[in-house]
Design a protein around this ligand. Structure first.
Ligand code: C5J
Length: 227
């Protein structure tokens, strides 16, 4: 029997093998004052609103023993994995590698780069560091998913139109069936979030599906709660 998540543009069929939750970049650098997002002039408080929903989604996946991957956008302390184009672009008050109130901006191992306390990965959950916006570029993500025979990915995190959408497009091109949980993702620009959600489901789901946290958990509970 096939179970579905009530989704746009049409119901998302759940696989026999377990889908994986990918939580993108819920790190202090993007969400707390004093981080990279703030240095770029963004209203970081817009992003804090989704933290309880992301937590609810994580709790649901954990309860059902479904796989979870967390990502962090960051660079090595010597910046050898940060292209000059990324380093120089924009008019940030603080650039990548500069010292800010939470340590060096977007540097692996510094306090600002950590995932928010309430969303921290638990033992057994994979945490991936990534130098780009997409989670497949220069990371072991594809290898891990293939090893686990995972075909379906459910996305949450920030920001909708940058790292989340880039990752979803990378995943879509690699043949994964992707669903974005619309109330567990956020942007500094509400109009960009709206547009990204519309783009994903346009043309019969050209990038994938969207749904809410409650509908996603209801579908997962039906499919995997009884097995
Ligand atoms: C950005 C991200 N916005 N995680 N990163 O630079 O979306």
């Amino acid at each position: 029997m096939t179970f579905f998540i009530d989704a746009k543009p049409y119901p998302y069929a759940l696989p026999e093998n377990k889908p994986c939750l990918i939580v993108i970049d819920m790190q202090r650098d993007f969400i707390e004052p004093g981080g990279f997002g703030d240095a770029l002039g963004n209203k970081v408080e817009l992003l804090t609103a989704i933290v309880p929903t992301v937590k609810k989604l994580l709790d649901g996946f954990r309860r059902l023993d479904l796989p979870i991957v967390h990502t962090r956008e960051c660079h090595k302390p010597d910046l050898s994995d940060c292209p000059a184009s990324k380093l120089q672009r924009g008019k940030a008050a603080l650039k990548i590698g500069d010292k800010g109130p939470m340590g060096r901006i977007l540097i692996d191992g510094d306090p600002g780069n950590e995932i928010l306390d309430e969303l921290k990965p638990l033992p057994g959950e994979l945490e991936i560091t990534k130098p780009g916006k997409g989670s497949f570029y220069a990371t072991p993500l594809d290898e891990f998913l293939k090893e686990e025979q995972i075909t379906h990915l459910i996305f949450a995190g920030v920001t909708t139109e940058v790292c989340v959408q880039t990752t979803m497009r990378e995943a879509n091109d690699r043949g994964y069936e992707c669903l974005l949980v619309e109330d567990a993702t956020e942007s500094y620009f509400p109009e960009f979030k709206r547009a990204a959600l519309e783009m994903i489901v346009a043309q019969g789901g050209i990038v994938g599906w969207t749904s809410t946290c409650d509908k996603t958990l209801a579908g997962l509970e039906q499919a995997y709660g009884k097995r």
